[in-house]
Design a protein around this ligand. Sequence first.
Ligand SMILES: [Zn+2]
Length: 198
Amino acid sequence: MNVPGKVYFKYGVMGSSKSFDLIRAEFNYRERGMDTFVLTQASDTRNRKVVKSRIGVSVDAYAVTDSDNIYDIVRRKMDEEKKQLRVVFVDEIHFFTPEQIDQLTDVSDYLFLPVICYGLRSDFKSRMFPGSKRLLEVADEIEEIKAMCECGRKATFNARFVNGRPALGGKQIQVGDQEYKSFCRKCYKKLYRDIRES
Ligand SMILES: [Zn+2]
C-alpha cells in the first residue's frame, strides 16, 4: 500500500473556522485508533504548541521554525515513536516557507502519508503568502472553507484592524487574528477606499 498520500490545501479567510475543521478531522482519525501528527508554525512569539479554535477546542501540535526540515521531522517522529502515522495535519500553512511546502510533498510521496494543510491564501493587502502560493502550485486537492461577509456575500479578503480602525500598513505576517476581519471583495474595496478618503 505504498502509494503517495494526497496533499490537501484547505484555505479560508480569517474566522472561517479552519482550526476547528482541523481539530475535528484530526479527532476522526484518532477515534478510529489511527496515529496523527499535527504541525504548526513557531514563527510567532507565542511559542504555540497547540492548535486552538475560537470555539474552545484544541489539539497538541509540534511547533516548526523557518529553518526546520519538515520531512526530517516527520521521519524522525515515525522512527522514534515507532508509531504508524496515518496522517499529517498542518495549521497556519501560510507561515511556512515554499521550501517547507516542497518538503511536505516529500512526506506525501516518500513517506506515503496524506498531508492536510489549513491556512490563509492571501494577506490583508490581498497578496498571496509565498507558502500558500507554492501549495496552490503543488497540492493534489484544493478546497475553500467558506465564510460570509457581513453583507451576505462570500468573504474572500482579510482586512487588518488596529484599535478598531482598518489599517493598510505593516508586515505581511502579524500575530493573532483578533485584529482581522474578513470581507467580500466589494466591501473590502469600500473599507480601504473609506480610510484613504478619511
Ligand atoms: Zn460584503
